[in-house]
Design a protein around this ligand. Structure first.
Ligand code: FAD
Length: 145
């Protein structure tokens, strides 16, 4: 990683600035969060993960070690013709989709080979089911709270 042609500290091992669940890089004096940070292997460039990370970073900087937690944070696709909310399974996940409803009001659930729900997408009137679907899934990092 460089800034104005000059090398910065080598903090990138993955796709971004790599941090653990305490948001610490390989340099213990440097923390990262937001779009630039890969937290425990996850790059989630939107506001909710950033907010969750900030809740951990504050205490960490104040000397109270606090691990970040990422619940399932579905992405809302905002279009005027058809609203959608999705939490896709991890790239390459093995399993299959079960799809219910008639377009544009669809509910799709992805089950892995153990039969666990690991992703979903809902559109139209079915977006009201997003909370119920999210609650049925394990947190991405740490606890659901
Ligand atoms: C068009 C668009 C729509 C979006 N809509 C949504 C949405 O609806 N919901 C949602 O959750 N998320 C949305 N996002 C994502 C959301 O905006 C980002 O996840 C969030 O802004 C990331 O915050 P950040 O502080 O990590 O980075 P940023 O907000 O990108 O802030 C980084 C700051 O660093 C500054 N900077 C960069 N380089 C340097 C440098 N070398 N020196 C000094 N300063 C520097 C930049 O100017 C910028 O001000 C959207 C993003 C885009 C682009």
């Amino acid at each position: 990683m460089t800034y104005e042609g000059q090398p910065l500290a080598d903090l990138t091992k993955g796709r971004s600035i790599t941090v653990d669940d305490y948001l610490v890089t390989s340099d213990p004096s440097v923390y990262a969060l937001g779009d630039c940070a890969e937290v425990c292997g996850y790059v989630l460039p939107y506001v909710m993960p950033l907010t969750n990370a900030a809740k951990a970073l504050g205490p960490n900087l104040a000397g109270e070690p606090t691990a970040v937690s990422y619940p399932v944070i579905p992405v809302t696709v905002k279009t005027s013709c058809c609203q959608g909310v999705a939490w896709p399974p991890e790239a390459g996940a093995q399993g299959g989709w079960r799809i219910d409803g008639e377009a544009p009001d669809l509910r799709a659930e992805f089950y892995d080979t153990n039969g666990d729900l690991t992703g979903f997408a809902v559109t139209g009137k079915r977006i009201k089911e997003r909370m119920q679907l999210s609650k049925g899934m394990p947190a991405l990092i740490g606890n659901k709270a």
